[in-house]
Design a protein around this ligand. Structure first.
Ligand code: SAH
Length: 362
């Protein structure tokens, strides 16, 4: 068992079982042993890789999209350009390079990165050395003004509560101690959970006994806060992640280490924990805040509508011998349905009056 695993066991022995959300928050964000706090998990030598690390084309398409959104909203200057969970800073660097084709955009951008990991802040500082950047712990600290905000694989890292249906009512799933060997094990609260009220009504009524449903209050609160900003002060938001577009039951909590799946309760703090994002809940929070939310696009459709195919051909034509195949392989990974193309979804948000390029009107 890891050092953090021992700490959590002691805490459970003292205070009783903890919610899955508390467990996730500690595993990922514990101030000294949390997974994201202690390391850069990305890349071939790390635990997983992400779209911006696969190819510069991903960030370039998003940079062009943001620049066009900025133009359509009347080129506000200055504006806040923010990224949530920016990893190594690769996506933001690619965005800023591509968006140079829109005169005035980069100069007007007041760049803010919302990042809790000291290890990753260092990487971001290096990747964005040519720009003035402000780091924040939380979206609530973003300055006022029009806001263009993005996040790739951000919401999947936020803690979720899991409720399980038992004899017609929903109970909070817990992490407790197995009396037999003192290891971490799954448990269920005996009383029905007050969080039942946060479940989608149809899911709440119609799921079968044994079904597990996930609720991410933290994600909903961030969506509401960003949504109020965008509805009131202008801007757009774009979030890319794996997840589902309609309310659904399912235990999607997964652990990944060394590019392979691991056990959620083993190696606490040493492996990444994520869940699939409930895009319907996020979209509802943005709508309640007064925003326009068009239907989700798959990552494959989004990137192709923005012209990633043409971009790949341009890059390949200029590439050194051998690099053409790398570009084709990266394109395939980003857009093919058997790869990231349809598992990953793209959620766009704007004020009601502004069109969102590439998306079908809400
Ligand atoms: N967007 C990057 C990294 C994705 S990994 C990419 O696509 O490569 C998740 C990122 O979110 C990391 O940068 C991690 O440190 C950050 N993160 C996780 N929880 C966070 C939180 N509560 N607040 C801010 N950042 C968080």
């Amino acid at each position: 068992m890891s050092a953090l695993g021992d700490i959590l066991k002691q805490r459970i022995a003292l205070n009783g079982p903890m919610t899955v959300a508390d467990f996730m928050a500690e595993a990922l964000g514990h101030p000294t042993h949390g997974y994201y706090i202690t390391r850069d998990p990305l890349g071939a030598a790390g635990d997983f890789t992400t779209a911006p690390e696969i190819s510069q084309m991903f960030g370039e398409m998003i940079g062009l999209w943001l620049a066009e959104c900025w133009r359509l909203s009347g080129q506000p200057a200055p504006f806040v350009l923010a990224e949530l969970g920016p990893g190594r800073g690769t996506l933001m660097a690619d965005i800023l390079r591509a968006a140079r084709m829109m005169p005035g955009f980069v100069e007007a951008a007041d760049i803010h990165l919302v990042e809790t990991s000291p290890a990753l802040r260092e990487k971001q500082r290096a990747a964005l050395a040519d720009h003035d950047v402000t780091w924040l712990e939380d979206v609530s600290a973003l300055p006022d003004g029009p806001l263009l905000v993005i996040g790739n694989e951000f919401f999947d890292a936020l803690p979720v509560h899991q409720l399980q249906r038992q004899a017609g009512s929903w109970h909070e799933r817990l992490v407790g101690l197995d009396p037999a060997d003192n290891s971490l094990h799954w448990a269920l609260a005996s009383e029905p959970s007050p969080r039942t009220a946060l479940l989608d009504p149809t899911l709440r009524e119609q799921a079968e006994d044994g079904a597990i449903a996930e609720i991410c209050p933290w994600g909903r609160a961030i969506a509401r806060s960003l949504g109020e900003r965008i509805a009131g002060q202008g801007g757009v938001a774009l979030f890319i992640d794996y997840g589902y577009g309609e309310p659904a039951a399912g235990d999607t909590l997964q652990a990944v280490g060394g590019h392979d799946y691991a056990e959620v309760l083993d190696q606490v703090g040493e492996v990444d924990l994520t869940t699939h994002v409930d895009f319907a809940a996020l979209a509802a929070a943005f709508r309640e805040a007064g925003c326009q939310v068009p239907g989700l696009l798959t990552q494959g459709d989004f990137l192709q509508r923005l012209g990633i195919g043409a971009r790949a051909r341009t890059l390949a034509a200029k590439a050194a011998p051998g690099q053409g195949e790398e570009i084709a392989a990266a394109l395939h990974r980003l857009i093919d349905d058997a790869e990231m193309g349809s598992l990953f979804k793209v959620l766009a948000i704007g004020p009601v009056a502004v069109p969102l390029p590439g998306f079908d009107p809400a």
